[in-house]
Write a protein that binds this ligand. Structure first.
Ligand code: ATP
Ligand code: MG
Length: 439
């Protein structure tokens, strides 16, 4: 069903949360004389998220998106899977050309193709016309401690949105969008630490929210005030750590040793580790399948004492099992966190009967360092805002990785008496983006 057949897409604004792992889109319609209404857009069947994944199918030469892309890849169809593309923003890799379906195309153009798909799917839900105005989300930092590259990342994202056909492109910080969405549902004035832990970044905002502030902000916005809530936002901080970093660490610690990571060779030295890092990093896996990288991996054989481990490494490379492994790790992480008990990674594709175990204890241990960094970023946000934990009314949790049990435990340990409020994990940022538009 379409959200509204009557609404002209010229009279509304699209909010796009282009995420490292998942993207979401919301539509703020504005009919003359009516209050703005915000709707989540179904993007793949009834689902209002689309995994940020493309699959270039070498058999039918088509491009597939989201769950369809991942499923095609996992079913063994010939082609290339692309994930974690947001991580390339701000890096020189973005302009690099890569071969897909017989064509050289830059990663920037691939992102643009993904945004066009979001725009087209949204159009089908809002009256058929392609939306012209978009508010894009952005993390507090695309790139940590490098303002130049950070500005470049935003600029590149703007270019990709323009190439996807949007005419008016503006940006809003993702945690502020999450806060504005949460504000729609609260009934009293609150001082909140909004926490958005996604696939690539962890972002924080200390913000004053409440029905009266919302009403006042809406009034000022209607009068053309560009940023009416600026005085309610006390501080924002962000760090480039998220679920894909947790996956990388868990992959390295629990799966890669089975292929030779930290394995001691006949000379008493460890096998060089670069191949394992790349194979555990979504957006670098494909590179390891190039002829040059394969030769390099083959030449590592002399560094192994147990040749079986090298056989496994070569099997992963020749049969292109890197994404499948990364997927197994991510699924085990989520299962282990949700159930509080151990999860098994099925590695039978590498070797019959091969498995790796993940337990809540091992997960907490391996993730301790990055989780401490994320919690330190939350504490820094409070410090910059000049407020104490005791003054907070709550910590609002959004983003898929905010559900991670070891994260919640670490956060609760640092903010002992502040209630954690679980919010809309995947759709809140897009809704907040759409309703934060001043147009
Ligand atoms: N129940 C869960 N427990 C732990 N982690 C989870 C759970 N569900 C999803 N995740 C993780 O959440 C991450 C995706 O979250 P989300 O969709 O909010 O990220 P994103 O918006 O794409 O990323 P970013 O905002 O950093 O660009 C993935 O790393 C995924 O593994
Ligand atoms: Mg996000």
């Amino acid at each position: 069903m379409r959200i509204s057949d009557k609404t002209s897409s010229g009279a509304g604004v699209l909010g796009i949360d282009f995420g490292t792992s998942n993207s979401a889109v919301a539509w703020a319609s504005a009919l003359p004389g009516q209050a703005r209404q915000v709707h989540a857009i179904p993007l793949e069947g009834a689902a209002t998220t689309l995994p940020t994944a493309l699959f270039f199918n070498a058999e039918d030469q088509g491009i597939h998106f989201g769950r369809d892309a991942v499923a095609q890849y996992l079913s063994g169809t010939e082609g290339r899977l692309m994930r974690s593309l947001k991580s390339l923003l701000g890096s020189p890799l973005l302009q690099e050309q890569t071969l897909v379906n017989g064509q050289q195309i830059s990663f920037q153009d691939i992102i643009s193709r993904f945004l066009l798909e979001l725009r087209t799917r949204a159009a089908a839900q809002v009256g058929g016309q392609l939306p012209a105005t978009v508010v894009m989300g952005r993390p507090v930092h695309f790139v940590d401690d490098d303002p130049k590259r950070d500005a470049l990342a935003e600029d590149s994202l703007r270019q990709t949105a323009l190439s996807a056909g949007f005419e008016h492109v503006s940006f809003q910080l993702e945690p502020i969008a999450a806060a504005l969405d949460y504000e729609q549902r609260i009934t009293q004035e609150s001082l909140v630490l909004v926490t958005d832990i996604g696939g690539g970044t962890s972002d924080f905002t200390v913000v004053r929210l409440g029905p009266e502030r919302l009403a006042q902000g809406t009034k000022l916005q209607a009068l053309g005030h560009a940023n009416p809530r600026v005085s309610d936002i006390l501080a924002t901080t962000g760090v480039h750590i998220g679920g894909t970093d947790f996956d990388l660490k868990l992959n390295l610690e629990q799966l890669m040793p089975l292929l030779g990571y930290r394995h001691i060779g006949p000379t008493g030295r460890e096998v060089p580790s670069a191949v394992f890092f790349d194979l555990a990093t979504w957006h670098l896996i494909n590179w390891r399948y190039s002829a040059k990288a394969m030769r390099e991996a083959q030449s590592l054989r002399g560094n192994y004492t147990h040749l079986l481990l090298h056989d496994r490494l070569m099997k992963v490379l020749t049969e292109r099992l890197g994404h499948l492994n990364a997927h197994e790790v991510e699924i085990a992480k989520i299962e282990c966190s949700n159930t509080g008990s151990h999860a098994v990674m099925d590695l039978g594709a590498i070797e019959r009967g091969l498995e790796a175990d993940m337990t809540p204890q091992s997960m907490a241990q391996h993730l301790q360092t990055p989780l401490n960094q994320v919690v330190a970023c939350a504490q820094e946000c409070l410090q910059r805002a000049g407020v104490t934990a005791a003054q907070l009314d709550g910590i609002y949790l959004t983003g898929g990785s905010s559900a991670l049990k070891p994260f919640q435990l670490a956060l609760q340990k640092a903010f002992v008496s502040t209630p954690l409020i679980e919010g809309d994990l995947f759709g809140g940022v897009a809704a907040g983006l759409a309703c934060s538009s001043a147009t």
